[in-house]
Design a binder for this molecule. Structure first.
Ligand code: DQA
Length: 148
């Protein structure tokens, strides 16, 4: 691990619409608010944080593949691809980089199609249901994991 661990925060499809999109489910904070929060949390934990967002599955696959060279850990909210993407599951396996799965909403308290995650079996852990606080919690968990 490098002296200052590098953490990649990836937000997937429709998370660019945060603040506008179903605020009763996802809250009123925008994606920039979330990313600023991740940066602040990273600074407080002495982690170097980079944030990316894409609506394209292939972008997310490529970023996860590349992370094996450039990052020590990944926080991933894959949005709806969580429930569909074998490609992201395989990319996590090939990247050999620890991934923590994050969801703003409690996916298990929602529609049945959200109950299955292709990410969970290949993540070191999953946090859901705590809104944007979940990213801070995941950052704490990643720091602890990297210190083990
Ligand atoms: C989400 C949950 C997913 O089911 C949904 O498709 C999203 C957001 C969440 O953060 O709660 O886009 O990942």
């Amino acid at each position: 691990m490098s002296s200052i661990p590098k953490i990649l925060v990836i937000n997937g499809p429709n998370l660019n619409m945060l603040g506008l999109r179903q605020p009763e489910v996802y809250g009123s904070e925008s994606l920039s608010d979330v990313e600023n929060r991740c940066q602040q949390k990273g600074t407080s934990l002495n982690l170097e944080v980079t944030c990316k967002q894409s609506n394209m599955e292939g972008d997310i696959v490529t970023w996860i593949q590349q992370a094996r060279n450039d990052y020590d850990g990944i926080l991933l909210n894959a949005g709806a691809y969580t429930h569909t993407s074998v490609a992201i599951h395989d990319a996590i396996l090939s990247s050999e980089t620890p991934v923590i799965e994050v969801h703003l909403s409690n996916i298990h308290a929602r529609e049945e199609f959200r109950h299955h995650s292709y990410i969970s079996p290949v993540a070191i852990g999953m946090i859901c249901g705590f809104g944007t606080l979940g990213y801070d919690m995941a950052m704490d968990a990643m720091k602890a994991h990297l210190q083990k």
